[in-house]
Design a protein around this ligand. Structure first.
Ligand code: ATP
Ligand code: MG
Length: 571
């Protein structure tokens, strides 16, 4: 491809609207342009990178035995009413009407459509397992579209859906996708972790999010520094270590703490460290009001508490409910004398002589002790993991980092097949619900995440596997006939050998060309300059390391091809 024939409007200035580096660089490199909030056009350079990622996805999905289909974007409301999600999905679902006033939505995900297809086309166990995928445009009316294509409203997703006869089959399909995803993100050159994600009421460890490690990520990942345990913050377990405090029980006392409600206010006022306080949090669930106890320097993890309690609904109780059960305003709740179910975090188990609310206004209790002053109904792991916490799997320590969710795999079970009557006949002729899984990858988000991890102050540094071109040929002076002849010859030879090459044939100053070259981040640059051409040589520069070497004009194509295949070898 010739630069002069490509629409690649690079920008010198930092675009003001961009908050994260990938968004800035995608705009500056002329990969994308914004049409409306969260809605983007991909320009030729952007399309080439998207297609590279899509190709890797297709190859790995096909290798894993999945079949490509293409479903519509505009989906009839009836299907969504059958699954119940027409009412549940909320405002992210863009609802539209046709000329007959019939309801449709723009698909944010395709479980309903695929389940409808499955119930029509799958009859017998002989057709199973089946895994169908598509690479297609989704729309989600995100509350806060931002970071360019990373959190867009319209975006391209690869979504796959597996159908199996039973749980074991569904688990095999799940792990096959887990492995395919691992290969996809490895091939895209990403540093990532597959983290356990919350499965809500489905249970089990059958949901993983593939997280690209980046400080600008919106998700929090907890991972062990020694073993491969990794989970998202909602799910992350904390290793159980009960530290018995070696102290004699002291006499329980009530102290006045006027207006001191928060942990900080209480520990400052009483002069005790937060580790000696126990917070009592009141929650409402469909099974009634409960109290959760966590150490003063810990935070409650509502998702873990919800799972431990086996409830669907769990919210912080309203002030009136708190006043009703504790006989005190919010901020003075304590376990002593409280007549609701008490669940305490493991870290509370070994504590002695601690501080709690007194269940009366402006008062706290000191020297409170478990067993003597109150009984806990259950101990459980219900707090948020934090840096340095013990790993739940090994003697290692947990660390908390930020990540970008690029992929998500989920065992759905029979949620949709039961709601929509998608069944098959087993070998004995009995009708059974299909057991499903769903698997998504954000294509644009993967590209943005790759840039987030691969750039420097001058621009993008594309991994070879997803680079828009492998090689950029940069003649430093278009007026010099000899230089242009060499550049054109190299361009021809490389193209003939199947190398994806871009020739910067613009009549621009060398400085401008060099700046653009660094910005668009093509992995290899061949610089054709007067001095080197004079001695029959050309300069090869590696974008990532800045390393420069000289090759003779005759050898340069071979050298370049060897470098490209060395980087793509893992594919
Ligand atoms: P998030 O929590 O980031 O909103 P999600 O849990 O809604 O993601 P899924 O429904 O699992 O995401 O969708 C599958 C994949 O689609 C995600 O892993 C992500 O890569 C991509 N994706 C989801 N929402 C967006 C978006 N608004 N813009 C770009 N990609 C997205
Ligand atoms: Mg979302």
């Amino acid at each position: 491809m010739r630069y002069t024939q490509l629409l690649m409007p690079t920008l010198r200035e930092e675009p003001a609207e961009a908050e994260v580096v990938s968004h800035k660089l995608m705009l500056r490199a002329g990969m994308i342009r914004k049409l409306a909030a969260g809605i983007y056009t991909f320009l030729p350079l952007g399309v080439r990178v998207m297609q590279k990622v899509e190709r890797i996805i297709r190859e790995e999905m096909n290798k894993a035995g999945a079949l490509e289909v293409l479903m519509p974007c505009i989906l009839p409301a009836e299907l969504w009413k059958e699954s119940g999600r027409w009412d549940q999905y909320g405002r992210e679902l863009l609802r539209i009407k046709d000329r007959h006033e019939r309801d449709y939505c723009f698909g944010p995900t395709h479980e309903e459509v695929i389940t409808d297809l499955a119930r029509r086309e799958i009859r017998s166990y002989r057709q199973l397992p089946l895994n169908l995928y598509q690479i297609q445009t989704k729309f989600r009316d995100e509350v806060r579209p931002r970071f360019g294509v990373m959190r867009a409203r319209e975006f391209i997703m690869k979504d796959a859906y597996s159908f199996d006869a039973d749980e074991e089959g569904a688990e095999r399909s799940y792990w096959r996708m887990y492995e395919a995803y691992t290969r996809i993100f490895q091939r895209c050159g990403l540093k990532f972790r597959a983290v356990e994600a919350d499965t809500g009421l489905i249970g089990g460890s059958f949901s993983h999010e593939f997280m690209v490690l980046a400080d600008t990520g919106e998700d929090v990942i907890v991972s062990c520094s020694q073993c491969d345990y990794a989970a998202n913050l909602e799910r992350a377990e904390v290793g159980k270590v009960v530290e018995e405090v070696d102290e004699r029980m002291k006499d329980l006392q009530k102290v006045r703490t006027p207006e001191r409600k928060s942990v900080e206010e209480v520990f400052e006022f009483l002069g005790v460290p937060p580790q000696r306080l126990v917070k009592t949090l009141i929650f409402k669930t469909e099974k009634g009001v409960i109290a959760a106890l966590v150490r003063g320097d810990h935070e409650i993890n509502e998702a873990k508490l919800r799972r431990h309690m086996g409830v669907a609904q769990l919210q912080m109780a309203a002030d009136e409910v708190i006043a009703d059960v504790t006989h005190a305003p919010k901020g003075f709740a304590g376990p002593v004398g409280l007549e609701v179910k008490l669940v305490a975090d493991y870290a509370v188990e070994g504590m002695k002589n601690f501080v709690t609310g007194a269940n009366e206004p402006d008062a706290h209790l000191i020297n409170v002790n478990l067993g003597r002053d109150f009984q806990v109904d259950e101990f459980a792991d219900i707090r948020l993991a934090k840096d340095g916490d013990p790993c739940p799997r090994c003697p290692g320590r947990l660390q908390v980092s930020k990540g970008i969710e690029v992929g998500h795999i989920f065992k759905l079970g029979t949620k949709y097949s039961k709601a929509m009557g998608a069944t098959y006949l087993d070998p004995k002729g009995r009708e059974k619900p299909l057991v499903m899984g769903c698997y998504g990858i954000g294509v644009g988000r993967t590209v943005a995440a790759a840039i987030e991890q691969n750039h420097d102050e001058d621009g993008i540094i594309f991994p070879m596997s997803i680079a828009p071109f492998h090689v950029l040929i940069l003649p430093v002076n278009n007026k010099d006939v000899r230089i242009m002849k060499v550049a054109e010859d190299l361009y021809l030879v490389l193209q003939q050998r199947g190398v994806e090459v871009l020739l910067d044939d613009r009549d621009e100053r060398a400085g401008v060309k060099f700046k653009d070259a660094d910005l668009i981040g093509i992995p290899l640059r061949l610089t054709v300059g007067e001095k080197n051409v004079g001695v029959g040589k050309v300069e090869i520069r590696i974008r990532r390391s800045g390393e420069v070497m000289l090759a003779s004009l005759g050898e340069a194509p071979e050298v370049v091809m060897e470098m490209i295949s060395a980087e793509l070898r893992d594919d």
